[in-house]
Design a binder for this molecule. Sequence first.
Ligand code: SF4
Length: 149
Amino acid sequence: MDSVLVSACLRGVPCRYDGRDKASPRLAEAVAGREVVSFCPEAAGGLPTPRRPAELVGGDGHDVLDGTARVVEDTGRDVTAAFVAGARRALAAARHGGCTEALMMPRSPSCGRGAVYDGSFGGQLVAGDGVTAALLERNGIAVRNAPGV
Ligand code: SF4
């Protein structure tokens, strides 16, 4: 059966930085007929829940993977290593599950596709991908933002 990787928070897992979920009412329709692999890269990278909000600084997830940007919490703590570790584990889970597509949480510094916050913690979006979205894309897994969130 065709499989799809899904951000765990979209399936009702309370793994977001604020300890809440982001369940999407339209997710069931989007994954109908496919096996779902739920995954939270930030939890898998070793970060606690709840945790401080984090944003990409100096570029997007591709730049983080290339070593030219960082992920920092609003306290200034550098959590780049945890985000990269989580992304690698997400890729491993996607491969293990035979996923060719990922439906991810928009705007997340890990899972977002096409737009992420700009690192100012002021709510401004810029073009770019989260760290996990970037790694999945680089490895041939089509990443789409989930509908309804
Ligand atoms: Fe959801 Fe992804 Fe953030 Fe985990 S890392 S809480 S799955 S958006």
